[in-house]
Design a protein around this ligand. Structure first.
Ligand code: 13P
Length: 248
């Protein structure tokens, strides 16, 4: 099986019914039959709109988070079963903005990945170091610690996850990891996955952090970079379509 790359947009907390309609219309009209898998991860209130607009197209839709609980007194949370009701294919878990702003720990992120997997939703597990951690030579230790929690909680089922390497210092800063820097970390993550799963070669390890129409091709050409998780550039249909066109 030849692995397809994955280009996924993370809209973060952006959008409106009207703006989403224009953006999704343009994205849907764009790629025809893309070589890669394509997805947009939208704010939860817009999952119904994404489902309505993208059903039957080549584009999947996803959520930006999922609860680690099945149901009950968890005000504000959205369960994997609820996401499933809206045809969600992917759920981002452990984005650095949630680790930073909501105190999400490695164990909580692992539990969220487990809930998604149990419902047949592919978790896009984000890992990545801060600038201080990179400067202190801790990049490898940090990303391996973050991924180890997910492996420990999910065992061989990690064969069904997507990993997103998102160096925190590259997110929304316009500073991208060089293709060499990113490839090095992706190779470390691949080696770690191969101990847990005999399907490690097929696991998509995507890069995120200021990926754009200008730098995507070079990043996507690296042997262990299997796609991108795109923030800002996914809010512009022309830019997002250029990144999709650059995928292998
Ligand atoms: P930017 O592409 O805006 O840097 O965001 C990356 C990201 O956090 C995707 O999840």
């Amino acid at each position: 099986m030849v692995k397809k790359q994955l280009i996924a947009g993370n809209w973060k907390m952006n959008g409106s019914l009207a703006a989403n309609q224009a953006l999704l219309d343009a994205v849907r009209a764009g790629p025809g039959s893309p070589r890669c898998a394509v997805a947009v991860c939208v704010p939860a209130p817009y999952l119904a709109q994404a489902s309505e607009m993208l059903s039957g197209s080549a584009i999947s839709w996803g959520a930006q988070d999922v609860s680690a609980h099945d149901a009950g007194a968890y005000t504000g949370e959205v369960s994997a079963a609820m996401l499933k009701d809206f045809g969600v294919r992917y759920a981002i878990v452990g984005h650095s903005e949630r680790r930073r702003d909501h105190g999400e720990t490695d164990d909580l992120v692992a539990a969220k990945a487990k809930c998604a997997l149990e419902l047949g939703i592919t978790p896009i597990v984000c890992v990545g170091e801060t600038l201080a951690e990179r400067d202190a030579g801790q990049t490898q230790a940090v990303v391996m610690r973050q991924l180890a929690a997910v492996i420990a909680a999910n065992g061989p089922r990690v064969g069904d996850i997507v990993v997103a390497y998102e160096p925190v210092w590259a997110i929304g800063t316009g500073k991208t990891a060089t293709p060499g820097q990113a490839q090095q970390v992706h190779a470390v993550l691949r080696a770690q996955l191969s101990v847990a799963s005999d399907r490690a070669a097929q696991i998509a390890i995507v890069y995120g952090g200021s990926m754009n129409a200008g730098n995507a091709a070079e990043l996507l050409a690296q042997p262990d970079i299997d796609g991108g998780l795109i923030g800002g550039a996914s809010l512009s249909a022309p830019d997002f379509l250029k990144i999709i066109a650059a995928a292998l």
